[in-house]
Ligand binder design. Structure first.
Ligand code: NAP
Length: 281
């Protein structure tokens, strides 16, 4: 009991206690309370920032995961297919770990939350990158396809963000980055000079307009916390999503989302931007 109370006091003092742990770790954890406290220590001992990137098994999300791991973060490579996630994580240099996560499934999200809570006790960075698209004329796009796009790009982001918020609040400076697109900017799509005018259709573009509004909503609710919430436009990039029609590489596209993921305390919240600056809503 004395040891348990001692550990609890040490835990409250944070990472500085690590050096005290070696002798404690050798004590057989006969007492469950002591075992639980040691588990808490293991979490506080994880020095790297922890990032979760959804849809990181390929495309822009994979490039974001590579860049964050290169910056020394522990990266959870979100993938709805476990095997694709494992393969993707193995391709990344640094501390990258597969994290099975289908953003449209509540049980999958809950399992990811439990795992992050158990392994790290916090989440420093959430990149809501997973996305799908349907393109076509508004008049002929099937309603079920619109629903599927909104399920992933909109409801998936809300569900994952809500579920991860307790873990983000437990981090010293949580960062949420929503991967959006100019096609979601009403300002851009009503500009006759915008080259991609009319491309976003009635599913993909509107889903990202909603994502932008969701970014503002979370940023406003979290304005008095250490969590910053921003939307990033990666630019038109060659990926499976658009049949590789984009001009940018995934490495180029990842740069701005990564910058927002690593924002300092003086960085903005509730913005929509690319590397050139703020994008009008
Ligand atoms: P991509 O190569 O098709 O990658 C999309 C990723 O999302 C894949 O890993 C995919 O997994 C995953 N995903 C789809 N549904 C999911 C679900 N329900 N749960 C978890 N993961 C799911 O496309 P991308 O171009 O890299 O797109 C990444 C993000 O960038 C999207 O949000 C997209 O809207 C945005 N964006 C792209 C461009 C562009 O020009 N490419 C421009 C602006 C914004 P699977 O492999 O299992 O399908």
């Amino acid at each position: 009991m004395l040891a348990s109370r001692h550990i609890t006091i040490l835990r409250a003092r944070g990472r500085g206690v690590c050096t005290f742990l070696a002798p404690l770790a050798e004590v057989p954890a006969k007492n469950l309370q002591v075992g639980a406290c040691l588990a808490g220590y293991v979490r506080t001992m994880h020095e790297n920032k922890v990032a979760l990137v959804t849809g990181a098994n390929k495309g822009i999300g994979h490039a974001i995961a590579i860049a964050l791991a290169a910056r020394g973060l522990t990266v959870l490579v979100g993938a709805r297919d476990a095997a694709r996630g494992e393969t993707a994580a193995q391709r990344i240099t640094g501390d990258a770990r597969a994290c099975p996560l289908d953003v449209t499934r509540a049980d999958s999200i809950a399992a990811a939350v439990s795992r992050i809570q158990r392994e790290f006790g916090r989440l420093d960075v959430l990149v809501n990158n997973a996305g799908i698209a349907t393109f076509g004329a508004p008049s002929t796009t099937r309603l079920e396809d619109v629903r599927a796009v909104f399920e992933t790009n909109v409801f998936g982001v809300i569900a994952v963000t809500q579920a991860m918020l307790p873990l983000l609040r437990a981090a010293p400076a949580g960062r949420i980055v929503n991967v959006s697109t100019r096609l979601g900017s009403l300002n851009a799509i009503t500009d006759p000079a915008f080259p991609m005018r009319g491309i976003g259709g009635v599913a993909y573009g509107p889903s990202k307009s909603a994502l932008n509004a969701i970014t503002v909503a979370f940023a406003q609710e979290l304005a008095d916390t250490n969590i910053k919430v921003n939307a990033a436009c990666p630019g038109h990039t060659a990926t499976d999503l658009n049949g590789h029609s984009g001009a940018r590489t995934v490495g180029e596209a990842a740069k701005h989302p990564v910058r927002l993921a690593l924002l300092g305390d003086d960085g903005p919240t509730g913005t929509f931007s690319n590397e050139a600056g703020t994008i009008p809503w």
